[in-house]
Design a protein around this ligand. Structure first.
Ligand SMILES: Nc1ncnc2c1ncn2[C@@H]1O[C@H](COP(=O)(O)OP(=O)(O)OP(=O)(O)O)[C@@H](O)[C@H]1O
Ligand SMILES: [Mg+2]
Length: 583
């Protein structure tokens, strides 16, 4: 069994033990039933009075009442504790995923993570709840019944104990097959969830490219495979249950045949025979359950294994031993001979860059040149494969991660909004959100004028991923979110690409005001965004190919000067286009 699961079970051992004791007590009382029946039958045979029969009936009712109450608390204890463990595992699973590094999520499908959290976890719960409950109960019931039966007749008991387990055995033999089939059902379900989830996230693209029929068909194919696998399970299942009934019937026949003879021969009384039939009845369900439970356990363990696969992932980016605090960050950033590769493909190499505290550096370069990768190294979203990144002169790997990230305000290239209010989105990184701070940030990001037009102002809910905002509004909301934290280092990754040049200029002017004493790292494809930076670096193919100020770079020629000329030309063309008469 998974050591992790064992740990949860051990933590709740007390509830299980109490449940087990209650279950055992109820089993003993339950098994007294056939005994009372026997006494009654023997009394009838001996010509008992009606009043004594009523007494037996009353005892039977009392017994059943007691069993009912005991079983109620038995189920409450074991099923209840299984729900508590399910709850704990779900919390731990989520917390664990939160700790994992960004890289993990890039090669794991969200739908798959969801399936494990929902479907696999509930399979585990069925194992540690009903599974364990019925398993222990069957063992106890069989042991007690066997004791009572042995006290009556050895041969008859042996017959029963040979035939009855065939019922469980059916399940145990077919179990591994069902188990394999079930696993493949589960896998397919993961695939379906992942597919649906991705489809809904990308619904705009699906619609824009009129891919609904294609997506529907692709989904139907997956779903068909799912039902095919499910039907395979049903086929095995279908063979299973009738076979078990057959064995139960067989046990009854054997009992009738052998027991009947014993009664005729006078070896046992009619009452004892009835008592035997009683045990057969009482044991029928537990025997069926035993097989079912073995199957539940197999499924539960398989599902726990799938959860363990995720739990076993170690976060790659963690606090170092003796992590350093960063109480008063200045905001100096330095790259020393930094190289980086994603799974072996080199993206950055030999990056040397010094950004003194309070200055602005701009990064330009062709698409795919490694700009986003470069800035992702500063908050340790990824880790350099060579060299080191320093903040305030200390390797970022030596800081407490929360301290490091707290001093950085980052606007990623693809902005993300949560399905919450605009205000909550802006205040996302704040420990104590307050309205003035949110407003101030929105003003700096030039979002405030737009907010004034929103129906509920800052309380306007922006929809999943912020779908109800325009691209430019989303970008400005993301800038406001970064600025609201009052960061020592502000990183804008192409964060002004969706706003017009006038708004851009306004935002940059505002930013220069608040960021006068802070460090800014700005990635852009537009010369207008970067020209005022203290330092501009040009990245090409993962290497810094040029560096300087706007003026020196222009004078030097090369990539930057080319880019400038091209954009100048475009602007002129646009201008002449506007002036041209409409044909
Ligand atoms: N998660 C990833 N896994 C593997 N390769 C990646 C990953 N992210 C980026 N890359 C690759 O790394 C290179 C640099 O990507 P990066 O996003 O840093 O470029 P960029 O300069 O920001 O481009 P753009 O201007 O288009 O935003 C690209 O070749 C890209 O394909
Ligand atoms: Mg990028």
């Amino acid at each position: 069994m998974s050591p992790r699961l064992r740990k949860y079970l051990r933590r709740h051992a007390r509830s299980y033990v109490i449940g087990f004791l209650l279950g055992t007590a109820s089993a003993v009382l339950l098994m007294l039933g056939p005994l009372v029946l026997r006494l009654a039958v023997d009394a009838i045979a001996a010509g008992a009075a009606l009043s004594s029969l009523l007494r037996y009936a009353a005892v039977l009712v009392a017994l059943n009442l007691a069993v009912w109450i005991l079983r109620y608390y038995w189920r409450m204890h074991i099923l209840g504790v299984s729900r508590v463990i399910e709850y704990e595992i779900r919390n731990d699973y989520f917390a664990h995923l939160q700790r994992l590094h960004v890289g993990f999520f890039q090669h794991t499908r969200t739908g798959d993570l969801m399936t494990r959290a929902v479907s696999d976890l509930s399979t585990v719960q069925r194992f540690i709840g009903p599974g364990i409950m019925h398993f222990t109960s069957t063992l106890v019931l069989t042991a007690i019944a066997a004791g009572f039966m042995l006290a009556i007749d050895l041969t008859l008991t042996l017959y029963i104990l040979v035939v009855l387990p065939l019922v469980s055995l059916t399940f145990i033999v077919l179990g591994p097959l069902i188990h394999r089939q079930y696993e493949s059902v589960q896998e397919q379900f993961s695939v379906i969830s992942a597919q649906a989830q991705e489809n809904f996230s990308g619904i705009r693209v699906v619609k824009a490219f009129a891919q609904e029929p294609h997506e529907t068909e692709a989904f139907a194919v997956l779903n068909r495979e799912y039902i095919r696998r499910n039907l395979a399970v049903i086929k095995t299942d279908g063979a299973l249950w009738p076979l078990m009934s057959f064995f139960l019937g067989l046990a009854a026949v054997v009992l009738l045949w052998q027991g009947g003879q014993a009664v005729i021969a006078g070896r046992i009384t009619l009452g004892q025979f009835v008592q035997f039939i009683g045990y057969l009845g009482q044991l029928a369900w537990p025997m069926v359950a035993l097989g079912w439970v073995v199957n539940l356990m197999q499924r539960g363990l398989a599902s726990m294994k799938r959860l363990d696969e995720i739990f076993m992932q170690r976060p790659r980016i963690v606090d170092p031993a003796g992590a350093q605090a960063l109480p008063a960050p200045r905001g100096e950033v330095e790259f020393r001979r930094v190289g980086f590769s994603y799974n072996g493909s080199q993206v950055l190499s030999g990056i040397d860059l010094h950004v003194p505290a309070g200055t602005t550096v701009a990064i330009v370069g062709p698409t795919g040149s490694g700009k986003s990768t470069l800035v992702n190294l500063i908050p340790r979203l990824f880790e350099p494969t060579e060299g080191s990144v320093l903040v305030d002169g200390v390797d970022v790997r030596r800081y407490r991660i929360t301290d490091l990230r707290r001093c950085i305000g980052m606007v990623p290239q693809d902005t993300f909004m949560f399905s919450a209010s605009l205000g909550e989105n802006i205040a996302y990184g704040l420990e104590a959100p307050d309205a003035p701070r949110i407003q101030k940030a929105a003003e700096i990001a030039r979002l405030a004028p737009d907010v004034a037009d929103f129906p509920h102002g800052y309380d306007t809910v922006v929809g999943e991923r912020g779908v109800t905002l325009s691209g430019g509004q989303k970008q400005r909301a993301a800038i406001a979110r970064a600025v609201a934290r009052d960061p020592s280092i502000l990183i804008l990754d192409d964060a002004l690409s969706s706003v017009d040049t006038d708004t851009e200029e306004e935002i940059l002017r505002q930013l220069r005001g608040v960021m006068a004493t802070r460090t800014a790292i700005i990635i852009s494809h537009r010369i207008s965004t970067v020209r005022h930076a203290d330092q501009i670096i040009v990245l090409d193919n993962g290497k810094i190919v040029q560096r300087g100020t706007h003026e020196t770079l222009l004078a030097g020629g090369g990539l930057y000067a080319d880019l400038y000329q091209k954009q100048l030309l475009e602007e002129e063309l646009e201008a002449t286009d506007l002036d041209a008469p409409v044909r």
